[in-house]
Design a protein around this ligand. Sequence first.
Ligand code: C5P
Length: 411
Amino acid sequence: MQLDQKNVLLGISGGIAAYKTPDLVRKFKATGANVRVVMTDSATEFVSKLALQAVSGNKVSHTMLDEDAEAGMGHIELARWADVFVVAPATANTIAKLAYGLADDLLTTLALATKAPIAIAPAMNQQMWAAPATLTNIDILKSRGVFQIGPGAGEQACGDVGYGRMLEPIEIVEAIASKEFTSTYFEVNEAPILSGLNVMITAGPTREALDPVRYITNHSSGKMGYALATAAKKLGASVTLVSGPVNLKQPDGVNTIQIQSAQDMLDVCLSKVEGQDIFIACAAVADFRLSDIPQHKVKKKEGEDGLTLTFEKNPDILKTVASLDNPPFTLGFAAETQDVEKYATDKLTRKKLNMIAANDVSSSELGFNSDRNALTVITHEKSVKLAPDSKDSLAVELLKLLEQEYRLHKQ
Ligand code: C5P
């Protein structure tokens, strides 16, 4: 997991290894991650809330019934905020509670309320670690995709020697950073609802040439389109991704076609659209392109202080696909800074779409270039809000809604 800009929720339970957690927070922060901390009652006996607040830069959550905390980031919001939930140290007691789904404190409640992958760094006396009950609980957690980090062996605080030491903070951070998490979440949680369907997705920006060495483009990172392609593949679809220039890894098992301009994107989409069941237009296509692209690099000229360029409209890829004789089921996106729903509904009708997902890009926390987003999904019959979440999780939620609408549409 790339930790830069990711939201790490650190759950600290009450073992002596909790004294290492301020360093663990610092090591996570050094990767560029945002860190929030939740502690059990007994953890507060081993390490101070104040220290963790200082190193994380965020208020530390501790009890369920804290009015102040709930007025700030409430527990459900915190569960949604997390991209990964790391429980370190994870005591035998907390491991048992996680295995059986108890929710009698804030830490274990968050573990049930989050969709984020969970990692645990066990820490306990070697005999407690070797106890059949603990080992069974670990097996239960692992069967649900929980990622186990350690424990290591060595001398323990109680004087015993054996397995049960929490790994060092740097080892925990490296273990999380080297793990690809989304797949475990899918394997455990999601049915292949798109199995047998062909899905085409456009993603990223387009690049419109100004001359052989220059171009105009926009801030689209392609993250939402790539998250949708990854999710659609894992939900069983056969996926074609038509992508503008982005800095993202090609999703595994997805037929990815790289393009530069809007015209290239349209050409590829039209050449591959036959047989597609669903078309998702997530790309931020440039609205205009230069009318005549000079064959040679444009030069500065003596005595000329400005440059005037003439643009013409680019083709609307989504509208073109939605207007085909036998169009696939279409989902468009609307990125707006004001009157988000009004403009989205207008686009749904004007472009003859089946669904549109509207995101508000006026907040820098969400949308363009961010790993997180929030969407209002509008069909001709209803409007559904998907709360702020990682683009990976939102992609799954959006595809579940899409699948329901697609089946209704086919009836
Ligand atoms: O009209 P607007 O650009 O706001 O519409 C956004 C939606 O239309 C997005 O789904 C986008 O991918 C798609 N679009 C397109 N071709 C264009 C412009 C937008 O496919 N030229």
